[in-house]
Design a protein around this ligand. Structure first.
Ligand code: Z5A
Ligand code: MG
Length: 222
C-alpha cells in the first residue's frame, strides 16, 4: 500500500514559496491526483490569530512564547496531516518546522530582538517542540539572497522579521538544517530565476513522489 507524499516548501522571505506551492498544486490536480495545500503559520485558528497579530507588530510576546505558539500551530494540524497522507493524499506544505527553528534561533544573534530575551533561544531549544511531528518526505528550499529578494520582490519589509540582517542569519540556519537533514530529504533550488525555471526544477524533484510513497509516515527528528 502506498500513501501520499509530504512535500514541504521552505525558503527565505519572498523567495516565491506561495507562488510555487500554488503552481505545484495545479500540476498535481491536473494529473488527477488527490492533493491538499497547507500553510504555516495557519493564521485562521485561534493560535494562528495570536501569531498574526505578533507578526504585524500589533502585539509583543516573549521570544520563547511565540516560538511555542508557532509549534503548537503545527501540532494542532498534525493528526490531520497524518490521516491525509495515510488516505493517499499528497500534501504540499508552505513553510513548516524548519522556518520555526531558522527564525527563532536567528533572534539570539540579532540585537534588536524585542523584547530582549533573558535567555537566548539556542538551536537545540528551538528544535525540541517540533520533534515527532509528521516528517516531510521532501523539503524544497527556495534559495535567494536577501538583497535580491528585497530589491525585486513585492511586499518585502512589511512584517516583523523582514530585515536584511535577520534574513541573512536565517539563511545560515536553514543551511545548517539542510545539512542535518541530508541530500535525500532536502533539495536547494535557485529561486532567483524566473517563475517558470523554478517551477520546472521543482516538478523534476516532485513528480516521482506523486504516484505515492511506500512505508509509514515518519516522525520528525526521531
Ligand atoms: N515563521 C516563524 O517565525 N516561525 C514559524 O514556525 C513559521 C513562520 C512557520 C510569516 O510567514 C513569517 O512567519 C515569516 C517566517 C515566520 N517571517 N517573516 N518575515 P509567511 O509564510 O506568512 O510569509 P508571507 O507573507 O507568505 O511571505 P513569504 O512567504 O516570505 O513570501 P513567499 O511565499 O516566499 O513569496 P510569494 O508570495 O510567492 O512571492 C512574493 C512576490 O514575488 C510576489 O509578488 C510574487 O508574484 C513575486 N514572485 C514570486 N516568484 C517570483 C519569481 N521567480 N520572479 C519574480 N517575482 C516572483
Ligand atoms: Mg508565502
Amino acid at each position: 500500500m502506498t500513501r501520499g507524499a509530504f512535500i514541504v516548501i521552505e525558503g527565505l522571505d519572498r523567495s516565491g514559496k506561495s507562488t510555487q506551492a500554488a503552481r505545484l498544486l495545479e500540476r498535481i490536480e491536473a494529473a488527477s491526483k488527490s492533493v491538499q495545500l497547507l500553510k504555516f503559520p495557519d493564521r485562521s485558528t485561534p493560535i494562528g490569530q495570536l501569531i498574526d497579530s505578533y507578526l504585524r507588530s500589533r502585539s509583543d510576546m516573549d521570544d520563547h512564547t511565540i516560538h511555542l505558539l508557532f509549534s503548537a500551530n503545527r501540532w494542532e494540524i498534525s493528526s490531520k496531516i497524518k490521516s491525509l497522507l495515510e488516505s493517499g493524499t499528497t500534501i504540499i506544505c508552505d513553510r513548516y518546522a524548519f522556518s520555526g527553528i531558522a527564525f527563532s534561533a536567528s533572534k539570539a544573534l540579532i540585537e534588536e530582538s524585542s523584547p530582549p530575551s533573558s535567555s537566548p533561544l539556542t538551536y537545540e531549544w528551538c528544535r525540541a517542540p517540533d520533534v515527532s511531528l509528521p516528517a516531510p518526505d521532501l523539503t524544497l528550499f527556495l534559495d535567494i539572497s536577501p538583497e535580491q529578494a528585497a530589491r525585486q520582490r513585492e511586499g518585502y519589509g512589511e512584517e516583523r522579521y523582514e530585515k536584511l540582517e535577520m534574513q541573512a542569519r536565517v539563511r545560515e540556519v536553514f543551511a545548517r538544517i539542510g545539512k542535518e537533514i541530508g541530500a535525500e530529504g532536502w533539495v536547494t533550488i535557485d529561486a532567483g530565476r524566473s517563475r517558470e525555471e523554478v517551477e520546472k526544477d521543482i516538478w523534476e524533484k516532485v513528480s516521482p513522489l506523486v504516484e505515492g510513497v511506500n512505508g509509514p509516515v515518519n516522525a520528525l527528528w526521531n
